[in-house]
Design a protein around this ligand. Structure first.
Ligand SMILES: [Zn+2]
Length: 283
């Protein structure tokens, strides 16, 4: 499968006052898959945002985290430009836009407001009810559905646990599994242990019957050095882990959850750390 990652993601600065990186880095993984990274000097979360194109629709997965009040996150501008460019290159009308979210936490939905009035656009409201209805996930969470962007099929897999409306999205064309905040090189924060463990099983079951090329989440918090986490809140990650994890990570996560059973606790692995949020639901 073709497609490539940025040789270097913008990763903040030791002194953010002198940071000259753009607010959003735009990387073309292939002609239909765009990866955006938010500048860590605007918000330490340094979110990754994805834009996937089919023949009729584009899916924007997340809208990033809030910059300081004096700054506008140029997400709408970037997305409009990519859609216009795509229409020109394919000699077709601009595609419809669906704004979806891996989950409803604030650092994933900030710029929704920029798309609410955009013509030809659907913004899926964060929350289980709207996600379930839009993607036709009737038996939530123990189900999955497909969504067609026009010759470009996505599988939608409910993965609550980090947050109750969390979904993973599998792209049949690139075989990328987008895992949001459930699985990435960082601190995997669990709000509901039982739901999270079930979701890890569900994801692994899916990956047993579908080849996965890469696992892509929405943040990087680990260093390249195994088991080492940057302090949460840092705005400078010169030695950060790459964005992508292998399919293996899906099975490692499942196995780690199964090994803990009902006795959930902090669990450090080379590429991720399972972490129970304070006050997490444990049964
Ligand atoms: Zn989150």
């Amino acid at each position: 499968m073709g497609g490539s990652f940025a040789a270097r993601w913008i990763h903040g600065s030791a002194d953010c006052a002198s940071n000259t990186d753009p607010p959003l880095q735009v990387h073309s993984f292939d002609e239909s898959t765009f990866i955006l990274r938010e500048n860590k000097c605007l918000n330490y979360e340094g979110n990754f945002i994805y834009l996937l194109f089919g023949k009729r629709k584009a899916l924007l997965l997340d809208t990033g985290s809030a910059p300081p009040q004096s700054v506008t996150l140029p997400l709408r501008k970037v997305v409009d430009k990519l859609i216009t460019k795509r229409a020109a290159a394919t000699h077709t009308p601009p595609v419809e836009l669906v704004v979806a979210h891996t989950h409803g936490h604030l650092d994933h939905i900030f710029a929704d407001y920029q798309f609410v009035e955009r013509p030809g656009t659907i913004v899926i409201e964060p929350g289980v009810a709207a996600v379930r209805e839009f993607f036709k996930l009737k038996g939530w969470p123990d189900c999955r559905s497909t969504f067609d962007l026009g010759g470009h099929m996505l599988s939608i897999i409910p993965t609550p646990g980090h947050e109750e409306s969390h979904i993973a999205i599998y792209d049949k064309r690139t075989r990328i599994m987008f895992t949001g905040d459930m699985l990435y090189a960082g601190l995997l924060t669990v709000e509901d242990w039982h739901a999270f463990r079930e979701s890890a099983r569900r994801l692994a079951r899916f990956a047993e019957s579908h080849a996965v090329s890469y696992v892509l989440g929405c943040h990087i918090e680990m260093k390249r050095e195994p088991r080492q986490l940057y302090p949460i809140g840092t705005t400078y990650q010169p030695e950060e882990h790459v964005l992508q994890l292998g399919a293996r990570a899906i099975f490692q996560l499942r196995d780690a959850c199964e090994a803990m059973g009902d006795d959930a606790r902090e669990d450090v692995h080379d590429e991720f750390i399972i972490h129970l949020k304070e006050g997490a639901l444990l049964s």
